[in-house]
Write a protein that binds this ligand. Sequence first.
Ligand SMILES: C[S@@+](CC[C@H](N)C(=O)[O-])C[C@H]1O[C@@H](n2cnc3c(N)ncnc32)[C@H](O)[C@@H]1O
Length: 403
Amino acid sequence: MPCRANDEWACGVALRVLDLFEKTFLKHDSSATEDMSNERRAYLSSLSLVNMIEAIPTMDMSDAEFESGLGEVIASNRIKSGGAKHLRQIGSIVGHLRGHVLPPLGAAAEADSSLLSPDVSTVLELGSGRGMTGLMVAGALSAHANDTRVKLFMVEKAGTRGKADTTIRRAIENSRAGKEEYARFDFGFERIRCDLAHVYLPAALELDKILSDGKEQNICVVAKHLCGAGTDLALKSLESIRSEITTSVFATCCHGLCDFDSYVGRKFLLEQGRLGRDEFELMRKWSMASAMSETQDKAVSDGKDLDKKNSTKRLDEEGEEHNQDESQYQLNDPSSIIAVVKKLGLACGCRGLGRACQRLIDQGRADYCREKLGAHTDIFHYVGDDITPQNAAIFIHGRQSDG
Ligand SMILES: C[S@@+](CC[C@H](N)C(=O)[O-])C[C@H]1O[C@@H](n2cnc3c(N)ncnc32)[C@H](O)[C@@H]1O
């Protein structure tokens, strides 16, 4: 942290964050100008946590997936999905891909039979861990794929247990002739053990072989809770295959583990908000406060000490491998989120400021995708924050041109 890490500088950064957040997502205050007036400061300080949460829509698309057999297929194939909350997140991601790379469910698909023939054959999961999201997307695709051969590629730097691989191998061994209603898992797969900083996707996906066959590739990319800088490395890795991608979903998380040098949205933050390296360092730390509980946030506003032991509990409840940097909870640091929220009297609390940081970090990524991948982007909550406080996704769609 630079020597200017004092409370005045940190409060200025917080106001700039709120200013850019308001201009980007809320656009309620038409009096916003280049120089921040006292009225504007007062307005920004009055923004509530609800304003921060409702700034982007919440669209949990998992209900229709469960109604169509997601739960049953998990049980009958003995898939270790990681628990109910993970399954809801996966279900919603699959749901968001319907009408894009997956055919819509039920009546809509029956009304238009062309929607039943998706032309996507490759699902690529980045930072896949056990590969459950890729498994379900490829599984749902495979159930409707007619003659298309579906293949799942998983890029992951660590060794993992309880993998999608087991489900797929078992399904291939049992090779059921008929189709399952909701998903089938006897498709090809490859696990690429590599850091996303070093992966060269055209080689990993053997695109040269496929392209020399004259086939156009339509790749669907998914990444769920790919921590911090992992998401930035993944987005960079897509540049080499951008014209082969149709749709991508990135459910982001652990913004506190981002680093400025890897972060792809630097241009957006700098040009739109005068937020550079030092400011980013604060934003990434502050973003972790979005995982505080209501009780912790209230205790802070009431001037009480934070129970550090419970500060990241909600993130870990289903055993995800997140690593948290807890330095933002150091009460004696004048640039800590606690000090800044108190000094400015921010109505949104630590959780609200933390959310604003998360969303701006994601918005920078979305801007990068628009510019470098030539794609359209949307940011929304794909599940409610009762499922996970890290509940935003960047949806990247449209064939991605040579940008
Ligand atoms: C929180 S886990 C999520 C795993 C899985 N996507 C899920 O939703 O269950 C994040 C995963 O991303 C992987 N990861 C993080 N950074 C990576 C990188 N630079 N290259 C490859 N994998 C990475 C980690 O090893 C870990 O398995």
